[in-house]
Write a protein that binds this ligand. Structure first.
Ligand SMILES: [Fe+2]
Length: 347
C-alpha cells in the first residue's frame, strides 16, 4: 500500500485543471505492474478532489511475442499492451479522460484511434516529478505554440540548414500540423505532460537533402547524445543513406535494418521546440528509464526531425526515431522561425 503523496496530488491537480477535468467525468488510470505507483495514487486523488470518478486498470505486463522487438525499446509510445485485450479498448473508448501510465504509452498504439474516437482525452505521463513540475503548461507558452502552429499551417515549404552541413527541404503540401502544449482539453485529443513544441507530418515525396547530426544532438530511442557526426540523406521523403564512421551511425543503421520495414525509413514529423524551461542537458542527469526524454524533444529552438509512423502519409511502423538537433536554422517559405538554434520571436 502506497500512501498518496499530497505534493504529487497537488501537481496532478494543476495539470488536470489544464486538461479541464471536471466533476462527474469518468477518469481511467491505466497502469501495468511496473508503472509508477505514486503517480497512480496521485492521479486518483486529484481526480477525486475535482469531483470526477476515477478508477484504475492494472494490465498484465506484456513481454510476449508481439512485443519481442519493441520490448527492448521502452517508451516508444507504440504500446502493444492492449493487443490481446480488446475489451479494455472498449472500456477506454467510453471514458472521458485517460491517464496513461503504461510504460510505452498508447500514443502510437493500434488502439489509439478507436479510443479517441469515443471522445476520450488521453494524457501520457512518463517524466519524473521534478520535470512534471518544471514543465507545467503556461498561458504564455500555450499562446506561443498556437501561433507557431498557425504559422506552420500556412507554410508551403520548410528549409533547415546548419553549420554542421544540414541542408533539407520539406514540401509541406497536405501536411498535418500539430501544436503540442502539453495538455489535452478537447474531446478526442491526446497530450504528453511536459511537452511544448510544434510539429508537422508531411505526406509529400518532395523531401530532399541532408540531415547532419552533430555532436550533442540527441538520438531517441537510444537516449544518447551523438558523439560522431551522422549524415542522413533524404530522397523522396525517405532516408536513402546513413553515413558516418562512429558508433552513432552504426547503431542507427543496425536499428533501422532490424525491422525489415521500408516504412521505417520514411519521414515521420518535423518541427521545433518551444519550451523555454526544457533542458537540453536533462538526458545527462536522469537515469535511463526514469524519463521519456521530453526535455530533449522540446527544448526551445531545437529542430526535431523524426522517422517512422506518418499518419498524413498513411504509413505505419513501430520503428521510430526522434532526433532533436541544436544550432539549426529553420525557415518557413524563406522566413526563419529558428535561427542557429534560437527562437525568432515575432509578435
Ligand atoms: Fe516522434
Amino acid at each position: 500500500m502506497v500512501n498518496s503523496d499530497p505534493a504529487l496530488a497537488a501537481l496532478f491537480l494543476k495539470q488536470f485543471a489544464w486538461c479541464k477535468v471536471v466533476g462527474g467525468e469518468s477518469v481511467a488510470v491505466l497502469t501495468e505492474p511496473e508503472s509508477r505507483e505514486t503517480y497512480a495514487e496521485a492521479a486518483q486523488a486529484a481526480a477525486s478532489a475535482l469531483g470526477a470518478r476515477p478508477f484504475r486498470i492494472v494490465l498484465p505486463s506484456h513481454a510476449g511475442e508481439v512485443g519481442a522487438i519493441a520490448a527492448i525499446n521502452r517508451g516508444n509510445a507504440s504500446s502493444t499492451i492492449l493487443d490481446d485485450l480488446p475489451e479494455v479498448t472498449g472500456v477506454l473508448s467510453a471514458v472521458d479522460f485517460i491517464v496513461d501510465l503504461t510504460l510505452d504509452g498508447l500514443i502510437h498504439s493500434k488502439q489509439r484511434a478507436a479510443i479517441q474516437k469515443g471522445g476520450a482525452r488521453v494524457l501520457l505521463v512518463r517524466e519524473p516529478p521534478d520535470a512534471l513540475a518544471r514543465l507545467l503548461p503556461t498561458a504564455e507558452r500555450t499562446a506561443r505554440i498556437a501561433r507557431a502552429a498557425e504559422r506552420l499551417g500556412r507554410a508551403k515549404t520548410m528549409t533547415v540548414t546548419s553549420a554542421a552541413g544540414t541542408n533539407l527541404r520539406v514540401d509541406l503540401a497536405g501536411a498535418a500540423v500539430r501544436g503540442s502544449p502539453g495538455f489535452c482539453d478537447k474531446p478526442g485529443s491526446s497530450a504528453t505532460w511536459a511537452i511544448g513544441a510544434v510539429l508537422v507530418y508531411p505526406p509529400s515525396a518532395e523531401i530532399e537533402g541532408d540531415v547532419v547530426l552533430a555532436p550533442g544532438d540527441i538520438v531517441y530511442p537510444f537516449y544518447r547524445y551523438v558523439d560522431r557526426p551522422v549524415t542522413l540523406r533524404f530522397k523522396g521523403g525517405f532516408v536513402a543513406e546513413i553515413e558516418g564512421d562512429g558508433v552513432d551511425a552504426e547503431l542507427m543503421r543496425d536499428y533501422f535494418a532490424r525491422w525489415g520495414d521500408p516504412n521505417a525509413y520514411g519521414i515521420s514529423h518535423v518541427g521545433w521546440g518551444l519550451h523555454e524551461r526544457a533542458l537540453w542537458d536533462a538526458l545527462a542527469f536522469y537515469p535511463k528509464g526514469e524519463a521519456a526524454g521530453v526535455d530533449g524533444r522540446c527544448f526551445a529552438g531545437n529542430f526535431l526531425i523524426s522517422t517512422g509512423p506518418n499518419y498524413a502519409a498513411n504509413r505505419h511502423t513501430a520503428c521510430h526515431f526522434d532526433l532533436p538537433m541544436r544550432h539549426c536554422t529553420v525557415a518557413l517559405d524563406g522566413e526563419p522561425v529558428v535561427e542557429t538554434g534560437r527562437l525568432v520571436d515575432r509578435p
